[in-house]
Design a protein around this ligand. Structure first.
Ligand SMILES: *[C@@H]1O[C@H](CO)[C@@H](O)[C@H](O)[C@H]1NC(C)=O
Ligand SMILES: *[C@@H]1O[C@H](CO)[C@@H](O)[C@H](O)[C@H]1NC(C)=O
Ligand SMILES: *[C@@H]1O[C@H](CO)[C@@H](O)[C@H](O)[C@H]1NC(C)=O
Ligand SMILES: *[C@@H]1O[C@H](CO)[C@@H](O)[C@H](O)[C@H]1NC(C)=O
Ligand SMILES: *[C@@H]1O[C@H](CO)[C@@H](O)[C@H](O)[C@H]1NC(C)=O
Ligand SMILES: *[C@@H]1O[C@H](CO)[C@@H](O)[C@H](O)[C@H]1NC(C)=O
Ligand SMILES: *[C@@H]1O[C@H](CO)[C@@H](O)[C@H](O)[C@H]1NC(C)=O
Ligand SMILES: *[C@@H]1O[C@H](CO)[C@@H](O)[C@H](O)[C@H]1NC(C)=O
Length: 509
């Protein structure tokens, strides 16, 4: 098993886990815990172990979450799938609430085996609890505290995606070897910022979480000045990063640049003084790194712009509903439309979406596993599964024409350069389930994941097509949440495929 490809020395990071404010001192480190089978085995052919931490070690308790686990596990027909749901659905609350102070309205949520809070991961780590927020006030209050902490990060550092604990927590910042020797502009303070890679979908993650909280609770107190200022900063980034690299007089325009320092840094230098490849104007918003935290090849990442278009429309909807900030809502609607039109105009050729374009005629046809990906366009809400351009694109993505599609004896899917071309990600198979109505295809993707957890009963980042036991990231909370979200979707959409009977299930109904 490979660990920490994203950040070289994971051991340095793991050593700070003992400072946990929430977890008890004698609780095992979940990075180690998740690497071997723990509780007793499920009764299915795979015999998957029970992997939830001891109740005393869980970082947040929710009765509604326990209720959903028992509702689902009694209905699911395959005991191995039921065990996976039981392990994955509560994983965010069981293991990643590193700090929470309700009176201060602050919470710090770690990604799993790396002690930092990613805006993207957090938005997704809570996505599968969306329908529970109106049923469990304490859970909603936790999410509100997460949003408030993030509003503070975004206000200060709208270009960054991963952060350190708030000072109120008393938790020490984690050292990130991969940020050593990195020169980033605008400059950042490493007591607040874990890593400052600019990825537009990080900001979408913050909006997505805010929208889900507001829609469930109608609580306008979430939209405090801190939050409104963060939203303003998002529009600053959108305005800056939609501009072309050269202005009309060939002055080079740069609001953000990031580059490694030879000899001092694991992170490589980046062309054009840390700016990457030049871009033209399209109406889309450029991004510097991908959702995998790898450097973009071309700046206009189609799926991230699709997510931005959707989330800006959602932002306008909640602002209008709350009768707040009409100027922000108007801008959000305008940008949502501009971006959507630019996606159709500049990224689709012969019914195929490019993954990245540069606004100057170049396009990169591929997909990368992380969400937002092209395969996840229906999940993101940008289009529906039957849209002809999506159907054609999906067919290409799940074939050799996508350079990052790979297939072995047991495992297959889409990966990316983050790990290796031969290490697809289970997350891509989850996106595939969200992207199809075909029962056989759904079951094939589901079991491609279920069969390949290396007997550990948790969802990993990537799995080698040559060897199931060669996987990355034993404790990856977002992947666990995404898997559980998929099963809840199937519970409504395709109950006969997974349940003992054909009755749809929706939590709270
Ligand atoms: C299996 O694990 C569950 C959950 O920890 C426990 O309730 C049950 O008693 C265990 N069964 C056996 C046979 O050990
Ligand atoms: C969760 O409940 C258990 C008892 O079942 C308790 O020991 C633990 O401290 C609780 N965790 C939190 C964060 O309150
Ligand atoms: C912050 O940067 C300073 C100077 O480069 C370095 O000595 C320190 O270890 C860094 N702290 C963290 C938490 O990364
Ligand atoms: C890097 O970005 C800063 C703004 O954060 C800008 O002032 C500077 O000119 C840029 N440098 C280059 C070489 O692009
Ligand atoms: C909206 O208006 C407020 C009050 O005039 C202003 O502070 C804010 O910057 C505006 N926001 C945007 C995105 O235009
Ligand atoms: C899906 O999108 C296509 C193309 O926009 C449209 O024709 C179709 O009606 C949509 N189907 C559904 C179920 O919304
Ligand atoms: C999963 O494993 C079972 C048992 O080995 C096998 O029958 C099934 O074909 C596998 N499914 C997939 C999609 O690999
Ligand atoms: C495929 O699964 C079988 C049965 O679990 C196992 O023996 C074999 O090693 C696996 N092959 C790969 C390439 O992972």
């Amino acid at each position: 098993m490979k660990l920490g490809l994203r950040f070289g020395s994971l051991t340095a990071i793991v050593s700070t886990v003992s400072l946990a404010a929430v977890a008890q001192a004698d609780c095992p480190d979940y990075t180690t815990y998740s690497q071997s089978p723990q509780g007793n085995a499920s009764t299915g052919p795979l015999g998957l172990p029970y992997m939830r931490p001891d109740p005393a070690c869980r970082t947040f308790n929710s009765t509604i979450v326990e209720k959903v686990i028992s509702d689902m596990t009694t209905r699911l027909k395959d005991p191995d799938v039921a065990r996976l749901f039981e392990n994955t659905f509560p994983n965010t609350l069981d293991t990643t609430v590193k700090y929470y102070d309700q009176s201060k309205n602050l919470a710090f949520i770690i990604t799993g085996d790396i002690t930092a809070q990613w805006l993207r991961d957090t938005g997704n780590q809570f996505a599968h609890y969306r329908s529970l927020l109106s049923l469990d006030k304490d859970l909603a209050t936790l999410v509100k505290a997460v949003i408030n902490n993030e509003a503070r990060y975004v206000t200060q550092y709208p270009y960054c995606g991963a952060f350190q604990p708030p000072p109120e927590s008393g938790l020490a910042p984690t050292h990130n070897d991969w940020a050593d020797g990195v020169v980033v502009n605008p400059p950042v303070n490493n007591q607040t910022v874990f890593e400052c890679k600019y990825e537009i979908d990080s900001l979408c993650g913050f909006i997505k979480l805010s929208v889900s909280y507001y829609q469930a609770t109608k609580d306008t107190s979430m939209m405090n000045n801190n939050w409104l200022y963060a939203i303003d900063q998002i529009f600053r980034v959108i305005n800056e990063q939609s501009q072309p690299s050269f202005d009309a007089n060939f002055n080079y325009v740069s609001y953000y640049n990031w580059t490694g320092t030879p000899g001092a840094s694991y992170s490589p230098a980046v062309d054009n003084s840390g700016n990457g490849e030049p871009k033209g104007y399209t109406g889309m918003v450029g991004t510097h790194h991908r959702p995998s935290d790898d450097l973009s090849v071309f700046a206009f990442l189609t799926p991230a712009n699709a997510m931005l278009s959707v989330e800006l429309q959602n932002l306008a909807t909640i602002l209008d509903d709350a009768k707040l900030a009409p100027n922000v809502s108007a801008q959000a609607k305008q940008w949502s439309k501009t971006i959507e039109e630019a996606i159709w105009k500049y990224t689709v050729v012969d019914n195929i979406f490019a993954y990245e374009t540069n606004g100057l005629g170049s396009r990169y046809v591929m997909d990368d596993a992380n969400v937002p990906s092209l395969l996840s366009l229906p999940y993101l809400g940008f289009l529906n599964r039957t849209q002809p351009a999506f159907v054609a694109t999906k067919k290409m993505l799940m074939s050799r024409q996508n350079p990052y599609y790979a297939k072995g004896a047991n495992f297959s899917g889409i990966g990316g350069p983050h790990v290796d071309a031969w290490n697809p990600w289970p997350m891509s198979q989850i996106s595939n389930v969200f992207s199809t109505d075909n029962d056989a295809e759904i079951l094939n993707s589901l079991y491609t994941i279920v069969n390949n957890t290396d007997g550990l009963g948790l969802i990993h980042e990537s799995v080698s097509i040559y060897d199931e036991s060669d996987y990355t990231r034993p404790w990856f909370a977002w992947a666990n949440s995404y898997f559980a979200e998929m099963l809840l979707d199937l519970a409504q959409r395709k109950p006969h495929l997974i349940f003992k009977d054909n009755k749809p299930y929706t939590p709270g109904m």
